[in-house]
Ligand binder design. Structure first.
Ligand code: ITT
Length: 214
């Protein structure tokens, strides 16, 4: 259930309430997490809904550290229970790269998802196929007090040399799942949200959320 405009709050006036803040600046993640939570009965808001702009430095050494940093920073700034996602694509032939650095893989200033996909394919050129890979997501749920709980999910597939599909975001057009015969970008939101790393992590986070919102 999303909150309407009447619940828009200014950062300075926020109070702890029974709302969950989806603590990410990535629009693709926001849409997926909103869809994953829509039938839970949890009342959630986005940073845009509450006028909160926060850019958290992601210099942790693990997904859990980065997810925790983001969730705690948003929870402290908003006074709301906050759910952050730190995720990445791990390619076996590249020793797990881009991994933790998936969002910042291209050194090009102002690089976009397409630049990162192009660099990935360039770096894989010459490696024998299949280019097995998996997506990973760690979800951190933080209280404004700084208390944190974590949940994880993975999704396995392979990287293909040509882009297919226009859905999703990030590396989805080159992430192919053989059992479906489709890339992640060829799935609609409902299909991606049945099997993605993020869907699995959110599903694993549901007992934590149910306990917090009980
Ligand atoms: P926030 O930190 O604000 O949540 P971000 O995009 O910077 O946004 P991450 O640091 O967790 O998030 O980086 C995750 C990157 O991994 C993301 O930008 C994509 O490049 C890639 N990625 C993660 N999940 C993905 C998915 O479902 N499909 C395609 N690429 C994904």
């Amino acid at each position: 259930m999303r909150s309407g405009p009447e619940t828009k709050l200014r950062t300075g006036q926020l109070k702890m309430s029974d709302k969950l803040l989806i603590a990410t600046n990535n629009k693709g993640k926001v849409k997926e997490i909103q869809d994953l939570l829509k039938d839970t009965g949890i009342d959630f808001v986005t940073p845009a809904d509450i006028g909160l702009a926060l850019d958290v430095e992601e210099d942790g050494e693990t997904y859990a550290e980065n997810a925790t940093r983001k969730a705690v920073a948003f929870a402290k700034a908003s006074g709301l229970l906050s759910l952050a996602d730190d995720s990445g694509l791990e390619v076996d032939a590249l020793d797990g790269a881009p991994g933790l650095h998936s969002a910042r893989y291209s050194p090009k200033p102002g690089a976009k998802d397409a630049d990162r996909r192009a660099l990935l394919l360039q770096n894989l050129k010459g490696s024998p196929r299949p280019w097995t890979a998996h997506f990973h997501a760690t979800i951190a749920i933080a209280k404004p007090s700084g208390e944190v709980e974590l949940a994880e999910g993975n999704c396995y597939g392979e990287i293909i040399p040509e882009e297919r599909g226009t859905g999703g975001f990030g590396y989805d057009p080159v992430f192919f799942m053989e059992d479906l015969g489709k890339t992640m970008a060829e799935l609609d939101m409902e299909q991606k949200n049945r099997l993605s790393h993020r869907a699995r992590a959110v599903m694993n986070a549901l007992p934590i959320l149910r306990k917090l919102f009980a």
